[in-house]
Design a protein around this ligand. Structure first.
Ligand SMILES: [Zn+2]
Length: 162
């Protein structure tokens, strides 16, 4: 074999390897594999991504617990049998789905009387999304609405709304 022939073979081989490399990269691209995910050491050393903070709340995204839009103060009419409003303002399901900044808690204690009140899920989730959304709380035993500093989350000393 002459030097020229040998050189031709070397060049051909180099082109072949380059072509192979391209094909592998196309395969990786198509399969979603990357050299990173094929490397088990890199993979196990990966730390889980920190959960992103939920976006700031949009308090204008409101709806009534009755499912109706908030158009007037009519929902604030008190039902004399229960002492509750006919409906309560909550954040929309889409707004609540953007993420909570507090755990979803379903009951709180009225410190004045020691009685627990359970909330509808929409209200509990609204408080988890936006702890300062409400200015007062309802007590089913006292049948009335009171400032939030009279309420703590059931089993805690943590004030509702904080
Ligand atoms: Zn009470």
């Amino acid at each position: 074999m002459t030097t020229e022939e040998l050189l031709k073979r070397v060049i051909a081989l180099a082109e072949y390897v380059e072509d192979l490399d391209k094909r592998v990269r196309i395969l990786e691209f198509n399969s979603g594999l990357t050299s990173r995910s094929r490397d088990p050491i890199m993979w196990t050393n990966d730390k889980p991504e920190p959960k992103p903070e939920p976006p700031p709340v949009d308090r204008s995204a409101q709806v009534l617990t009755s499912g109706k839009p908030v158009v007037s103060d009519e929902h604030k009419t008190i039902n004399p049998a229960t002492g509750q409003q006919t409906a309560y303002v909550v954040l929309t399901a889409a707004e609540r789905a953007k993420g909570f900044v507090r755990p979803v808690r379903s009951s709180y204690t009225h410190m004045t009387c020691g009685s627990d009140t359970y909330m509808a899920r929409e209200i509990a989730e609204t408080l988890a999304r936006d702890p300062g959304f409400y200015s007062g709380g309802f007590c089913h035993k006292c049948r009335g609405h009171f400032p939030l500093d009279q309420f703590v989350w059931k089993g805690t000393k943590e004030q509702v709304g904080s």
